[in-house]
Write a protein that binds this ligand. Structure first.
Ligand SMILES: [Zn+2]
Length: 341
């Protein structure tokens, strides 16, 4: 999975395409630099991972290992903040890639949601890190809790991970709408989005870097996954996309500067505010179509047969795999039906 500009986007606004190309070429030169700095003998599993320098203070490891979520790394004098640890299978390679970005310790791991492709690497990343105040009184980390980086997540992530090994559980959870920190010279906001992809999604917003990590609320590869069993809902998903669109700032009036907020989706390529609006509109249109069909008394089978996602299936639809178009429509239907009852 790379964050290159796919063929279907080539007809889009020149400024947006130029942004993507600039980022990729920056990535290319940065990766070459990083590779050049490596000793020839140390063939690491991360050598094939895509590392993008999206801002001088912020890197994205793009979908390591195929199905893993995008991983973000904020870099500064205080150490590293990692957003989404990726899958367990990709963890060793991701950690190696992080070490190539910077030798500083990992200070925080932020989970944008409870899925294994985001939290599977939690334990590896936390164990490689160190609490920021560890050994503040001298002598280094004093106890086991200080020798690992805290894992920050919405409270529900801990609940959903109850059956997975305790080493990967979040160690700092919150149940309110915003958790904020100030590290590496910038404000970091962790913003809870209730009942969207699940009941435990957060955005991680790096305000000076102007990088906004969306988690699985935004997935440019496919229709968004609405996990109704774990508290997700189509209305919450649209509300979350609206908030994402409100937080992001577009590169106006000087479009040619190719600036503006970089929105990093859970999976897929880097986005700008226009991309978020386009995705939000797509999801909203399909929601409206399903809602109209429900109002007309159609059953789930009839709603599916009416193909409410038509016009978008070519870009976002999956005929097979874990998240088919049918499953998406079913989730929208069940979510709306649940609301009515
Ligand atoms: Zn995901």
């Amino acid at each position: 999975m790379t964050i290159a500009t796919p063929a279907w986007r080539r007809g889009r606004a020149a400024a947006v395409a130029a942004t993507c190309v600039a980022l990729v070429s920056l990535h290319g030169s940065r990766r070459d630099l990083l590779n050049a700095a490596r000793p020839q003998t140390a063939a690491a599993p991360s050598s094939s991972l895509e590392i993008l320098e999206v801002r001088p203070s912020f890197f994205v490891i793009a979908g390591p290992g195929g199905d893993s979520a995008n991983v973000g790394v904020q870099v500064g004098e205080d150490g590293l903040v990692v957003v989404d640890a990726g899958s367990a299978a990709a963890a060793a390679g991701v950690l190696d890639a992080i070490k190539r970005i910077s030798p500083k310790p990992i200070r925080y791991v932020i989970d944008t949601g409870p899925d294994a492709d985001h939290v599977g690497g939690n334990e590896t990343m936390a164990n490689a890190g160190e609490k920021i105040f560890a050994g503040a009184l001298g002598g280094g980390a004093q106890n086991a809790a200080e020798r690992v980086a805290p894992i920050l997540a919405a409270e529900g992530v801990l609940r959903h991970m109850a059956k997975s090994p305790a080493g990967g559980w979040p160690t700092e959870v919150f149940h309110y709408s915003r958790k904020s920190m100030y590290l590496n010279g910038e404000a970091i906001e962790v913003l809870h989005q209730p009942a969207a992809h699940t009941d435990s999604d957060v955005f991680a917003f790096f305000r000076r870097s102007d990088v906004l990590f969306s988690g699985d609320v935004l997935d440019t590869r496919q229709f968004p996954v609405i996990d109704v069993e774990r508290g997700g809902s189509i209305q919450g998903e649209i509300a979350a996309l609206n908030r994402l669109a409100e937080l992001a700032v577009v590169s106006v009036p000087v479009v040619t500067r190719e600036a503006g907020t970089i929105v990093v989706p859970g999976h897929g390529r880097l986005c700008d505010q226009y991309d978020v609006v386009e995705y939000r509109d797509m999801v909203t249109i399909i929601r409206d179509r399903v809602r109209d069909l429900i109002k007309a008394g159609r059953s789930l089978a009839e709603v599916k047969a009416a193909q409410p996602a038509k016009g978008y299936v070519g870009r976002y639809g999956n005929p097979g795999g874990a998240w088919t178009t049918d499953r998406f429509i079913e989730a929208v239907y069940r979510s709306l039906a649940k609301e009515k009852s």
